[in-house]
Design a protein around this ligand. Structure first.
Ligand code: GLA
Length: 746
């Protein structure tokens, strides 16, 4: 019975009344309803009669003249679930009988823990609203920020919590936002993993209760990624309604997906409340991270395409800020990544001037744009037991400093990048011997090492200054175009004993804020330097760090077959532009799997290509194959990494075949990748119906690698490629086979 009641109430809430409301952002002062429109979606919330801010609608875009009556709270359910807990509040304080996940939970010095936030006022901003809420009797003020992207309909939400009282208040839980969906059947998608096994897509029905996706690790973590997507009913990759969100925070985080007693769904995300505690002093504010949310009527594929474009245009550092001085139109996207060479898998810690110079010569001959020297160049770094923290050039390995190598790399026509791991220290280092108190730890307790290293407490000002100082010096004294910024363990014993006991948990906020601050300052002081976020692979990938870095390292697992599933998972949340993918040696160290160089190249060409093989040992034939495919990649790279991605055949679940297609925004070009895992029972590759092309335009098909079926037209309409499809040559069979094609509009 209650299902029927809930459904009819939800329908009532969504019934429109006919008052004019056409601006993309509007507030109806009569009904106190806020509306934001962007792309194909509308987001509507309002102030209910009690004064709470309540979500009213989130979904497909409504008519310009559609409007809503005032927000109506959900009724009490018998005597057990209050209206307060049943009503989908925008930002619910824990109090008044709330059993759903609160957005904000505080303890006042007198022991009061009841917090009920009511609307006060709001201001319109360029892209949305700032809405001010305040507790019904105490001077805790929360400003909710809403900014709608007109193009994608992705809404950025966050909160500023302010203590306007005279006593400190302990914030125990602070979300960025809560999102709500009416009662219904949904499938939750989320990404999990571990070191060398990141980006597993999980799909499960949203059942009663809560599903928690989180990191307690002090950073984003490999174990789960702060992204979710909820599919309605039968929605799939291409069709149906999908609501999605991504939290922009690189510290400990939590997203809680709840299905309540009335089958409605709420998603609340922000700082992880586990071990959280932030003392908000009088007059001080706490800013939450941003929680982005969006809606697509075109399945999971549509959702990821919206996110990709949003990340390119609005999240990543963008050359727009430095371009356009001559009046030229400002580019909407960052430039495609240079094709890099990285020495890690070839040399590990055994780097030196002669060896790196020899690799650089080989790399230049392949058409590489950027040469990156990885771990091992500094301090007493012979292996992972020593040196982290001592950021001076190792004299034995580089007797003349880095300059001769950098000059050589430049003379070969490449720019130079360098590996650093700034937030870490080995106990066997000068830095630790000088400042043992700089690491995260509890006084008198063990300091647990992982990979023989400890985490510096970057929340401390002196540690912040040290890290900013050495990086600034490194970039000032050397012509370095790129930093690979690594972070190779998670927290343990996260103490900060210089602060009073009650204040120490601020470390969860200040550490990450200082990280962002250093990244921003380095970019400001060295505007040409680009940065990669790496954390033993994909341990620090989120929309928070992506504001400050140009690319990420998705996984230390470079096995080209494993990478197909990892890369597929990655692209649900993140654009291929940031997805670095190296070609490394075969058989691969991880799975002992042997693959051809062509297969490895094509697997990596689905993202931003790099080479990490021991190229010194390559035969002339291998060098020629790589040179040819790197050149072919560069011709279509912008389409691959910035176009509309269609996951045509998923590699998930050990499937026999997989394929992706990317189409340039103006539909002038498409690039298709096809992979065979292991041909079984003679199956040929299925006819591949392409997507996203202009049906009425003519496209020429060119093989980058592999052969289409004899008789395939060299040129055909978009309609032909999409409806008839691309057929492969009968010889395209076997284990770990790959092919790639481009389509160019005539
Ligand atoms: C991490 C990175 C690797 C490499 C090593 C160096 O594992 O993910 O790519 O840089 O550190 O120690």
């Amino acid at each position: 019975m209650f299902r029927a009641i809930a459904t009819s109430l939800a329908l009532f809430a969504a019934t429109a009344v006919a008052t004019a409301q056409s601006a993309p952002v509007s507030f109806d002062s009569a009904t106190k309803v806020f509306r934001l429109d962007g792309g194909g979606s509308s987001y509507v919330f309002g102030v209910n009669a009690r004064g709470e801010l309540q979500q009213v609608y989130w979904g497909g875009r409504l008519g310009a003249t559609d409007a809503f009556p005032a927000a109506r709270p959900m009724p009490e359910w018998a005597s057990f679930d209050s209206s307060y807990t049943n009503t989908p509040q925008e930002y619910a304080g824990w109090g008044s009988g709330l059993f759903m996940e609160p957005a904000l939970k505080v303890t006042f010095p007198d022991g009061n823990r009841d917090l009920v936030l009511h609307y006060q006022n709001h201001t319109a901003t360029a892209e949305g609203f700032d809405v001010v809420l305040q507790d019904i009797s105490r001077p805790i003020v929360v400003t909710l920020h809403y900014a709608m992207d007109r193009e994608s309909g992705i809404l950025a939400r966050s909160a500023t919590i302010e203590n306007r009282g005279t006593d400190p208040v302990m914030v125990e839980q602070a979300a960025a936002a809560s999102w709500a969906l009416p009662a219904g059947q949904y499938t939750l998608n989320y990404l999990t993993g571990r070191w060398a096994g990141e980006w597993t897509l999980n799909q499960e029905p949203v059942l009663a209760g809560a599903r928690v996706i989180e990191s307690r690790r002090g950073s984003t973590g490999h174990q789960a990624n702060p992204w979710f997507a909820l599919q309605a009913g039968e929605a799939n990759e291409d069709h149906g309604e999908v609501w999605f969100g991504a939290l922009a925070w690189s510290g400990a985080w939590r997203i809680t997906v709840e299905r309540d007693q009335l089958d409605a769904v709420r998603v609340t995300g922000g700082f992880n409340p586990f071990d959280f505690g932030y003392v908000l002093q009088p007059g001080k504010t706490l800013e939450t991270p941003v929680f982005y949310g969006g809606y697509s009527a075109h399945g999971l594929g549509g959702a990821s395409r919206l996110l990709h474009h949003f990340e390119l245009a609005h999240v990543l550092p963008n050359p727009r800020s430095t371009a356009g001085a001559n009046g030229a139109p400002l580019p909407r996207s960052p430039k495609p990544r240079p094709v890099i060479y990285n020495s890690w898998e070839a040399t590990e810690f055994r780097v030196n001037e002669a060896g790196q110079m020899a690799l650089a010569e080989k790399a230049a001959a392949l058409g590489i744009d950027r040469f990156v020297m990885d771990d091992g160049w500094f301090g007493q770094r012979k292996d992972d037991h020593a040196g982290l923290g001592d950021w001076y050039v190792n004299q034995e390995k580089f007797p003349h400093g880095l300059k001769p190598l950098i000059d050589k790399v430049h003379a070969l026509g490449m720019d130079f990048g360098l590996w650093v791991e700034p937030e870490m220290v080995n106990p066997d280092s000068d830095l630790y011997r000088a400042h043992p108190d700089w690491v995260l730890n509890f006084k008198g307790r063990p300091e647990s090492e992982q990979r023989n290293q400890l985490v510096l407490n970057l929340a401390r000002q002196d540690v912040h200054d040290y890290i900013l100082g050495f990086l600034d010096k490194l970039l000032t004294e050397n012509d370095i175009a790129f930093l690979k910024w690594d972070y190779n363990r998670n927290w343990s014993e996260p103490g900060w004993d210089q602060l009073p006991a009650a204040e120490q948990k601020r470390v969860y906020v200040e550490f990450t804020r200082n990280l962002y601050g250093i990244l921003a300052e380095l970019r400001h002081r060295h505007p040409k330097v680009e940065i990669e976020s790496c954390s033993g692979g994909g341990g620090r990938v989120d929309l928070g760090i992506l504001k400050y870095v140009d690319e990420v390292w998705p996984s230390d697992n470079t096995d080209p077959f494993d990478r197909l599933t990892q890369q597929s998972g990655f692209t649900y949340a993140y654009t291929p532009q940031v997805m670095m993918a190296w070609v490394t040696d075969s058989p691969h160290w991880m799975n002992k799997r042997a693959t051809t160089l062509q297969y490895r190249l094509l697997s990596s060409m689905q993202g931003s290509l790099g080479i990490g093989s021991n190229i010194a040992a390559w035969s002339p034939d291998e060098t020629a194959v790589a040179k040819r495919l790197i050149a072919a990649y560069k011709e279509v790279q912008t389409t691959i990494v910035q176009g509309d991605l269609y996951r045509l055949l998923s590699p998930l679940g050990g499937s026999e075949f997989s394929a992706t297609e990317t189409v340039k925004a103006d539909k002038s070009q498409g690039v298709v990748f096809l992979f065979i895992h292991s041909t079984q029972e003679g199956h040929g590759f299925p006819t591949l119906k392409l997507k996203g092309l202009d049906a009425n335009a003519e496209y020429a098909l060119t093989a980058i690698e592999g052969k289409a079926r004899a008789g395939t037209p060299g040129t055909a309409s978009g309609a032909w490629w999409m409806n008839h499809g691309l057929e492969m040559d009968e010889g395209f069979r076997g284990d770990f086979q790959a092919a790639a094609f481009r389509l160019d509009r005539k």
